[in-house]
Ligand binder design. Structure first.
Ligand SMILES: NC(=O)c1ccc[n+]([C@@H]2O[C@H](COP(=O)([O-])OP(=O)(O)OC[C@H]3O[C@@H](n4cnc5c(N)ncnc54)[C@H](O)[C@@H]3O)[C@@H](O)[C@H]2O)c1
Length: 366
């Protein structure tokens, strides 16, 4: 059992939920959450962390001295990032590269120095855009899907597996994630750091500070509840692009399973997500929000597709399930129920937050 756990990006959506989950699981351990609070809304998680005895440190993974100040840990979970696939597309990639790549390497080096294990939150966006765009998708009802018997290397109706070819460009964001993965593997080989890499598909749940370019489930639910504008961006503006979605509680369960079995799992890279049974298009999400709230809001179609947009991503979980026994337990209806309960229960805090989220920039499924 790890005595000291460091979660970088620990005030973010994934990091803060994980900190509370691990607090409950390891009540005698020390849990430190390091975060520079760059993500707007992450500051709303600080009272939650404090209330559960998580030690919050305001710090930056780009600064090795901030990591050194934390001292030795047994396990480091790297969950800090600029997590939008649109980051850097405006011509300024500096923060993205320094934080997601150089910062991640600083984390791995801190783990090397103190002999800690590392669990890295990577992304499905390591897979190349061209190859994903080339999938033989067909339109069925309100969504894009693969034909029933279609399959080739790394893809099938079960989803995308780690066998999916990696040749081609993948966005600056995806490239920082894949580069960090490569460096982590070198740290494992050269220094014996034990590692697990999770290429997560879309994560969602309460305390996700959704915005136009990242966190679409929370944004969609908030706009339906509090009002405001939504757009169907790209792919003809129909909202037929598809993602699978993993409930944050299921993400916490797989990471805690990996912490407990790191000796057996070290060196593994998994695709982890909601899976085919938990996939939906934006148009289907709209229908679910409408059914839950009994309210329809206008959604503007914008046909033009941004260069980093992809039409379909579903996670093939078979490898992670075979290795760990884990599979998602919470479906999309439970997820949406939890998100609406959270929004409704924290209306005073969250309505102003979401009202200030601009609607005009890219608003896609990252
Ligand atoms: N949310 C998803 O759908 C999703 C999917 C796949 C992978 N991921 C990955 O999971 C991780 C967590 O994502 P999230 O959804 O919680 O995002 P998030 O933005 O909510 O959390 C990231 C946190 O990192 C902090 N941060 C950013 N730069 C930092 C720096 N230089 N030093 C210290 N802290 C910094 C931010 O303030 C934020 O609190 C990221 O690595 C992301 O790439 C997320």
């Amino acid at each position: 059992m790890p005595r000291r756990i460091l979660i970088t990006g620990g005030a973010g959506f994934a990091g803060s939920n994980l900190a509370l989950h691990l607090r409950a699981e390891f009540p005698d351990g020390k849990i430190v959450a390091l975060d520079n609070l760059k993500r707007r809304g992450s500051e709303l998680n600080l009272p939650r962390l404090a209330a559960h005895g998580v030690d919050f440190r305001h710090g930056d993974v780009r600064a090795t001295e901030d990591l050194a100040a934390i001292g030795p840990v047994d396990i480091l979970i790297e969950a800090s990032a600029e997590p939008s696939v649109h980051a850097g597309q405006d011509g300024s990639p500096g923060y993205l590269i320094n934080s997601n790549l150089a910062g991640a390497i600083n984390c791995f080096d801190h783990a090397r120095l103190c002999g800690a294990d590392v669990i890295f939150l990577s992304s499905s966006r390591v897979y190349p855009i061209g190859a994903l765009n080339a999938l033989p998708l067909i339109e069925t009802g309100q969504r894009l899907d693969l034909p029933n018997d279609a399959r080739s290397t790394g893809w099938s109706t079960e989803g995308i597996s780690t066998e999916f070819p990696l040749t081609g460009h993948r966005s600056l964001y995806g490239a920082t994630k894949l580069s960090a993965e490569l460096m982590l593997e070198e740290y494992r080989q050269s220094y014996g750091v034990q590692t697990v890499i999770n290429r997560f598909g879309v994560l969602a749940g309460p305390w996700q500070m959704g915005k136009v370019d990242q966190g679409f489930i929370a944004l969609w639910a908030a706009r339906h509840l509090f009002g405001g504008e939504l757009n169907y961006l790209g792919f003809g503006g129909k909202g037929h692009q598809v993602r699978d979605v993993l409930h944050i509680d299921d993400m916490c369960r797989i990471i805690s399973c990996q912490i407990n079995n790191i000796d057996d799992l070290s060196g593994r890279t998994f695709n982890v997500g909601g899976g085919a049974g938990n996939s939906l298009s934006l148009a289907e999400l709209t229908a679910k929000c409408r059914d839950i709230l009994g309210r329809e809001i206008p959604i503007k179609p914008v046909a033009e597709t941004a260069p980093v947009d992809i039409p379909w991503y579903v996670t093939d979980n078979r490898e992670v399930t075979a290795a760990t026994g884990w599979q998602p337990e919470k479906n999309i209806d439970q997820l949406l129920g939890d998100v609406f309960t959270w929004l409704d229960g924290h209306k005073e805090q969250l309505e102003p937050y979401f009202a200030a989220v601009p609607s005009q920039k890219r608003q896609n499924q990252a």
